[in-house]
Design a protein around this ligand. Sequence first.
Ligand SMILES: N[C@@H](CCC(=O)N[C@@H](CS(=O)(=O)O)C(=O)NCC(=O)O)C(=O)O
Length: 215
Amino acid sequence: MTIHDFGRGPYPARVRIALAELNLQDKVRFVEVDLRTGAHKRPEFLEKNYSGTLPVLELADGTYLAECTAITEYLDHLEGRPRLTGVSARERGMVHMTNKRAEIELLDPISVYFHHATPGLGPHVELYQNPEWGERMRDRALRGARYFDDLLSTRPYVAGETFSMADITVVAAFVFADIVKLTIPLRLGHLHAWHDRMLARPSVQGWRDMGRSTG
Ligand SMILES: N[C@@H](CCC(=O)N[C@@H](CS(=O)(=O)O)C(=O)NCC(=O)O)C(=O)O
């Protein structure tokens, strides 16, 4: 399998962490797509992913899978025993609800803030910016952080009793928050305690180095 990604990106981090959690990192090779040049918006890349975003998983049969959640679902079911997306119907429902909420209430708003209220990837990529909208999304992300802090006051992981794809998505939100220098308020003690536990996971410690040739 081939992963087209930007090695330091928050969304690519979601798939890289999932690969490490599933011990699949040796089954993939990485092809770097430099967002800063706008390569992801050129026709030859849009053929891989209509949405022009990273990462994209390319299968041996030529199939292109985009969208971090879809890629994680695929990887999690490769060996027939899912560990990141839930097993029972209830677990799967909880993981997907929490993962989607992590996207729409936290990670995606931070991304919108990056693209609209900061220089983002530069004027050659950010063809339209609305700083007010970006600021509103930053505020939405801060409300989302409070939501997850409250959630984590009653459970060890965001979707329940076990680590899941949804935790990975919230970790990616912290990665993006760091990039845009958005402070997650320290008073959100449950969220920060959870994040400290996530940072202790080898998959979270090592995602940036994945795919780097050791030779
Ligand atoms: N919904 C998509 C979003 C992916 C996404 O936004 N990826 C970023 C990569 S990174 O910023 O996290 O490195 C991107 O392609 N951004 C480029 C752009 O939006 O122009 C997913 O879940 O895969």
